[in-house]
Design a protein around this ligand. Structure first.
Ligand SMILES: [Zn+2]
Ligand SMILES: [Zn+2]
Length: 168
């Protein structure tokens, strides 16, 4: 997503909001057991100060995830936010600042694709669950216990009681 800040002709102190739907790349979520399920809604609040543009971004993306407990697919809207500061391409801060908050203006515009990708990836849950109390799979027959119970007898032995039994 490229935003042409020069063309906005903002004066210092002015704020502008830009909303756009962006197509992400399927590669962004490769290896994360999830995939984009539509366009990413991006809202930017851009504030022009004397020497730079402060860009606050909000993203909202429909994603298909795989539950880590029952392995079912489910849909979620992943949201997140980022902040970037667009500066002139020769700005000293680009060489000196270690963080990636600063982005160079290229012919008056700035590329936010990487910021959007990073924000999306950071907000994908590490352990996706289709629901908080997902019952998971039967360890014996593999039945998805959210869809119904099976006839397996799974013995659950309290490890503390087990220790006690050894002593008796
Ligand atoms: Zn589940
Ligand atoms: Zn079973």
């Amino acid at each position: 997503m490229r935003v042409n800040l020069k063309r906005m002709e903002m004066l210092p102190g002015q704020k502008r909001t830009v909303a756009e739907e962006v197509n992400g790349s399927p590669e962004w979520l490769a290896g994360m057991h999830s995939q984009l399920d539509g366009g990413i809604a991006v809202t930017l609040t851009i504030e022009h100060t004397q020497f730079y543009w402060v860009i606050l971004g909000q993203i909202s993306a429909p994603v298909r995830l795989t539950c880590s407990r029952c392995l079912d697919e489910y849909s979620r809207v992943i949201t997140g936010s980022f902040e970037r500061i667009a500066v002139a391409p020769d700005a000293k801060v680009l060489r000196e600042a270690a963080d990636e908050v600063y982005l160079p203006l290229e012919e008056g515009s700035v590329d936010l694709s990487q910021a959007i990708e990073e924000t999306l990836v950071l907000n994908i849950p590490m352990v996706p669950l289709c629901r908080e109390d997902c019952s998971g799979l039967c360890p014996v027959c593999g039945q998805n216990l959210n869809h119904g119970s099976c006839s397996c007898k799974v013995e659950t032995i309290d490890p503390r009681l087990e220790k006690l039994r050894e002593l008796l």
